[in-house]
Ligand binder design. Structure first.
Ligand code: SF4
Length: 378
């Protein structure tokens, strides 16, 4: 297909596809799906080889959020029966992080629910970062605490944070349909604050919230412009008790096309498959490794992921390798001292439900790990 040859050439040169080309990837047929995966896989291997970076989530504070993000099980008024707890103590957070690192993760993502941190919260998280870094040499720490006020990104950087995550989630045009308590511009501002403080910016999206192909392309092009080092791609987990509980639109094939489009638009960036991987990609997860170079190990913030061991086996069986602590994730031009010229952001088998039915049976509320007395999944 001419389209795919063009996109591979552009991806290897870190050149942006046009909007039309990105839309055309989303519009490809199931007959062409393996060709799409193979083409985007060439771009992925050019920049990241067969390495898969593992990241581990620690939910420092769960639920009880005053914001109204309609996709989120922790939102104001959420009836989802998730774990709810306030700030984990630094030692408890460090123990949770150690489990993920022992399982093969190289980055720990410290996440807290809420609109954004108070200065006292930044102190708490700074203590937690220091505890994790003291106890785990070489670990990368990313903080995800919501909207940042002036000076907070710098304080997190001084405390040892390597990265800051704040997702754009969806297009600017549809942002107001998803959340009313803060704006798209607020989110962009926080990503820029993280960048300006010298933190590696991590910003991504959520697919499956009823958005159009144009919305998806818009948000991915906006991300390219913001130039984050990592782009997490979440597939909506339609939690019972949230406004988007009935939004079961994604198929494994759709998820693969979305990941391929993200890879073509952000060829040299760490593309991470985030929440919803097991729920929506299901048996197609190994194919997605040809597109993304990063995944979360273990559980998500409020739902359970597949067993950490199953992730490691999948990576090995698919012919990939877990990225070691001594390996650099990003291509040289995106690392400090590199040229970084802004050329691109850069149930049992016999009772399995039909493929096009919502797989609510795959959504399991997290009842283990951080905030519980039960051993974590790592
Ligand atoms: S996404 Fe964050 S800010 Fe929005 S409701 Fe959930 S925890 Fe709160």
């Amino acid at each position: 297909m001419d389209l795919l040859n063009t996109l591979v050439d552009k991806g290897l040169r870190r050149e942006s596809p046009t909007r039309e080309e990105a839309l055309a990837v989303l519009a490809t047929s199931d007959d062409d799906l393996l060709d799409v995966v193979a083409a985007a896989g060439k771009v992925r291997r050019h920049w990241f080889g067969r390495r898969v970076k593992l990241n581990y989530l620690v939910n420092l504070k769960s639920g009880l959020c005053p914001e109204d993000c309609s996709y989120c099980s922790q939102r104001l008024g959420s009836k989802a029966g998730i774990l709810k707890y306030s700030w984990l103590k630094p030692d408890d957070a460090s123990k949770a992080a150690a489990a993920g690192l022992a399982g093969g993760a190289k980055r720990v993502c410290l996440v807290a629910s809420g609109r954004g941190p108070t200065d006292r919260d930044v102190d708490r998280v700074s203590e937690t970062i220091k505890a994790i870094k003291e106890q785990n040499e070489g670990v990368e720490v990313c903080a995800c605490l919501g909207l940042l006020s002036d000076g907070q990104a710098e304080r997190l950087r001084e405390a040892g944070a390597d990265a800051y995550n704040h997702n754009l989630n969806t297009s600017e045009a549809t942002y107001g349909d998803i959340t009313t308590t803060h704006t798209y511009a607020d989110r962009v501002d926080t990503v820029n604050k993280a960048h300006a403080a010298g933190l590696s910016a991590c910003s991504g999206l959520i697919a499956g919230m009823g958005e159009s192909d144009e919305d998806l392309v818009d948000v991915v092009f906006s991300l390219r412009e913001l130039d984050p080092d990592s782009v997490p791609v979440n597939f909506l987990i339609p939690f019972e008790g949230t406004p988007l509980a009935k939004e079961w639109h994604l198929t494994p094939q759709r998820c693969l096309r979305i990941l391929a489009m993200v890879r073509f638009v952000c060829p040299d960036v760490e593309v991470r498959i985030a929440g919803g991987r097991e729920v929506h990609l299901r048996a197609m997860q190994p194919l997605a490794l040809h597109l993304a170079n990063s995944i979360f190990l273990g559980d998500y913030l409020t739902s359970e992921g597949q067993a950490g061991r199953a992730d490691l086996e999948m990576i090995a069986d698919a012919g990939f390798e877990v990225e070691g602590a001594d390996q650099v994730t990003l291509p040289e031009h995106r690392t400090p001292g590199g040229c970084h010229d802004g050329g691109g952001c850069g149930t049992s088998a016999d009772s399995a439900p039909p493929a096009n039915e919502p797989r609510t049976d795959l959504v399991a509320v997290r009842r283990r790990g951080a905030g519980t007395d039960v051993a974590p999944n790592a």
